[in-house]
Design a protein around this ligand. Structure first.
Ligand code: 57M
Length: 358
């Protein structure tokens, strides 16, 4: 809104010309979302406690018992700050920004229904896995339907390292992109089992994709780096700024020992959005590297379940997802979290290093 009100006045007040710059608005979107989250956070957490949004704790990991009653659904705080910040700083005529908001709120709604059902039933049983998966697919399909309708958007899949390998998947691109989004959403959800464990790597992946998005929307830089150029895409950097800011603000409260958990409303929306950002900037396969920690956590579950079935009841890890394995080995939670953050930063750097390798 600020962009629409203030930029037109730049002919009279040249200083307002800064509103033209995506970089300027992205930084302010980040700061705005961060400030909103930090300012309203304490009241929001007290409100969650008041309406009894406390987390139910499973007994398998005994050291988590003391976390019982920590308010959940902190994802609502992330969503509120993000949306306000994008409405303030974004160009609201940009279709890609609205699609990113659609994915964020759509996946968030599925997560909210899951959290709400868990709270109402007063146990850890929310929506069935099947129902959750189905609605995630529906949101992803809607977003992809509108995205491929955009004339500037191509359904070509680009491979890092092989610049000449660019198959056009045409309509098959839609199911492929849906898998990227739903996979990423569930990857973040599986990772969200320790204080700050999911939000840290989300911030890292958010930074990586905001750079990719900015580059994809900048004809000269995209041309130089030989990444697919998508006109209008650069504006989504403002959305990414807001996402990073809101996530940093949430980390303020979710840092060990957490005052609030994000809930599925947070994990599903952030994960789905990261997947969508990868699809938007045509770096779908790079998502596997940028979100490498989420991939590791998901693979640990697949391996655990597969091994359990193949061996008739033996476990590969002490417990999956991977963070529980280390926890049961006696490593303190805060150490596991920081080490996983370090890993996610390495994954982020690896993803960025691929930029020039085509
Ligand atoms: C979400 N949710 C946390 C919180 C958070 C198939 C199977 C691998 C599924 C998996 C699962 O259910 N994953 C989904 C995990 C829960 O956190 C809530 O859920 C939200 C995210 N959806 O925002 O609201 C608990 O995690 C802890 N937590 C923190 N700090 C945070 O900032 O400490 C969360 C956020 C919270 C809190 O204790 O209560 C969760 O872990 O339940 N299942 C599992 O992860 C279970 N693994 C398992 O059963 N493994 C088996 C098989 C199936 C692979 C095995 O290894 O044999 C573990 N879940 C729990 N305890 N709670 C088992 C141990």
């Amino acid at each position: 809104m600020l962009y629409h009100f203030l930029y037109p006045l730049s002919s009279e007040l040249p200083l307002l010309n800064v509103f033209r710059y995506i970089t300027f608005r992205s930084v302010w979107a980040l700061l705005t979302a961060l400030l909103i989250t930090i300012i309203i956070g304490p009241r929001f957490i007290s409100w969650l406690k008041k309406i009894k949004c406390g987390q139910y704790i499973q007994e398998e990991v005994s050291c988590h018992v003391q976390k019982a009653g920590t308010p959940t659904m902190g994802g609502l705080l992330i969503g509120f700050s993000l949306i306000i910040s994008v409405l303030l700083w974004g160009d609201l005529t940009n279709v890609y920004v609205w699609l990113a908001m659609l994915v964020f709120t759509g996946f968030g709604l599925v997560g909210f229904l899951d959290d709400y059902t868990k709270l109402r039933r007063k146990n850890n049983k929310g929506l069935s896995a099947r129902a959750k998966f189905f609605w995630q697919l529906v949101i992803a399909a809607i977003a992809m339907y509108f995205l491929v309708e955009e004339p500037a958007y191509s359904t070509v899949l680009s491979f890092p390292f092989f610049k000449n390998l660019q198959p056009d998947l045409s309509w098959f691109y839609i199911p492929f992109a849906m898998i990227v989004m739903v996979g990423s959403s569930n990857g973040v959800n599986l990772t969200d089992g320790m204080d700050g464990l999911a939000i840290g790597p989300t911030i890292v992946a958010g930074i990586v994709f905001s750079l990719f998005i900015y580059i994809a929307g900048h004809s000269q830089i995209a041309g130089y780096l030989q990444v697919p150029y998508v006109p209008g895409m650069g504006e989504v950097t403002v959305f990414c700024g807001a996402l990073i800011g809101a996530s940093l603000g949430f980390l303020w409260f979710n840092a060990y020992p957490a005052q609030v958990f994000m809930g599925d409303v947070g994990s599903l929306s952030l994960g789905g959005t990261l997947g969508f950002l990868a699809v938007l900037c045509k770096q779908e396969l790079i998502m596997l590297v940028a979100g490498g920690l989420f991939v590791l956590e998901s693979l640990s579950v697949i391996l655990q379940v597969g091994y359990f079935r193949m061996t008739g009841g033996k476990r590969f890890f002490r417990m999956a997802p991977l963070h529980h394995h280390f926890e049961l080995k006696g490593i303190p939670e805060s150490k596991i979290i920081i080490r996983f953050w370090i890993l996610s930063i390495l994954f982020g750097l690896m993803a960025l290093s691929v930029l020039k390798l085509r």
